[in-house]
Write a protein that binds this ligand. Structure first.
Ligand SMILES: NC(=O)C1=CN([C@@H]2O[C@H](COP(=O)(O)OP(=O)(O)OC[C@H]3O[C@@H](n4cnc5c(N)ncnc54)[C@H](O)[C@@H]3O)[C@@H](O)[C@H]2O)C=CC1
Ligand SMILES: O=C(CO)COP(=O)(O)O
Length: 330
């Protein structure tokens, strides 16, 4: 199948490589021509996953027309902050029924829209849209280490289309009809991972990490339910699965950023050092829009927001969180 992957960061590269290795005709869009040149000639992405040799059949271009010519499926893997501009950029080159799966994790600033909703807003035709999310660090998928993921779509046929497309011996794909739940979990777990990383950075222990993860999961469930999603999604790969890997893995940018934050590194310094997105740093702000709209209290997300964007100290925020009124667990 002719597949277009939009975005050549770590996750775009790993997914494009997976699809090419399964025999698909894959062309990946990268912003920088030198990245395309390196992928096409040396089969290496010079900026992300630099130690991996990519499938020789994988091609790259910085020209949307070339990448999307004759495409039968589009895989979007840009940072969530540019999803709207990505949807607008691909619009002239796709048909009104081309299936699109969005693999980015986040919530739109200002509107509170989820990735699939942003694409619906720009391109219409909700039925051909899907979201892919789960505990999937690119660093492990590129090495073909077994992973599982969830493909959520409002239309089962679309979810099954992408389930078949991505399925590989080491990549197990599940379908779900809960797009809202899956995409809220995806955005939310990154925020909790920053809090866990920060706790470790402050010298706190595994009990603290577990407390943050479990109460973070409770917050996630409240928001998913309030927004019309299925709270059971929080118990699956998109929820607790991804929460666990992002809070605990050495590969997690969000967890590492939280750790470094506690040691005095700012968001700008961390991003300049790694060239990588830290989606949770934005999501702690954008999720607030959704939470306020639905009257949901999110103390952990609020704490992360106060530290990252409002200059609060970790110490003060930790004390305030622990000082909240005592209550029943559920
Ligand atoms: N890295 C991972 O293991 C996973 C990442 N994701 C999600 O996938 C999305 C992409 O993440 P990564 O691939 O990790 O990102 P990354 O940090 O590895 O790379 C970001 C990519 O976006 C490009 N980019 C940045 N600003 C841009 C702009 N204004 N216009 C066009 N391109 C721009 C960069 O050049 C780079 O190719 C995020 O939403 C992330 O949460 C989801 C699952 C796993
Ligand atoms: O979404 C991810 C794993 O599923 C990636 O998380 P990080 O951005 O924290 O690395």
């Amino acid at each position: 199948m002719k597949v277009s992957v939009i975005g050549a960061g770590s996750w775009g590269t790993a997914l494009a490589n997976l699809l090419a290795s399964q025999g698909n005709d894959v062309c990946m869009w990268a912003r920088k021509p030198e990245v395309c040149e390196s992928i096409n000639t040396r089969h290496v992405n010079p900026r992300y996953l630099v130690n991996s040799t990519l499938d020789e059949r994988l091609r790259a271009s910085s020209d949307f027309a070339e990448v999307l010519k004759g495409t039968e499926a589009v895989v979007v893997v840009t940072p969530s902050s540019i999803l709207r501009q990505t949807a607008e950029a691909i619009a002239p080159y796709i048909t009104s029924v081309t299936p699109i799966v969005i693999c980015s994790k986040g919530v739109e600033e200002g509107t509170g829209l989820l990735p699939v909703e942003i694409f619906e807003d720009v391109l219409g035709h909700l039925g051909r849209l899907a979201g892919l999310t789960g505990p999937n660090h690119a660093e492990e998928v590129i090495k073909a280490l077994p992973s599982g993921t969830v493909i959520a779509a409002f239309r089962l046929k679309t979810a099954k289309f992408f389930q078949e497309l991505f399925a590989a011996p080491y990549f197990r794909t599940y379908v779900s009809s809960d797009v809202i739940g899956a995409e809220i979990c995806a955005a939310y777990k990154n925020v909790v991972a920053i809090a866990v990383g920060a706790a470790y950075g402050m010298g706190l222990g595994d009990n603290t990490a577990s407390l943050i993860m479990t109460r973070g999961l409770a917050e996630m469930g409240r928001l998913v339910t309030a927004c019309g999603g299925n709270s059971m999604t929080c118990m699956g790969l998109a929820g607790v699965g991804d929460l666990e890997v992002t809070c605990m893995s050495e590969h997690s940018r969000n967890r590492t950023f939280g750790y470094r934050l506690a040691k005095g590194t700012t968001l700008e310094e961390y991003k300049a050092e790694t060239h990588m997105v830290v989606e949770g740093a934005v999501a702690c702000r954008t999720l607030h829009t959704l939470a306020s709209e639905h009257g949901v209290d999110l103390p952990i997300a609020q704490a992360v927001r106060a530290i990252v964007w409002e200059g609060a100290t970790l110490q003060d925020v930790a004390v305030a969180l622990l000082d909240r009124p005592l209550k029943a667990e559920f």
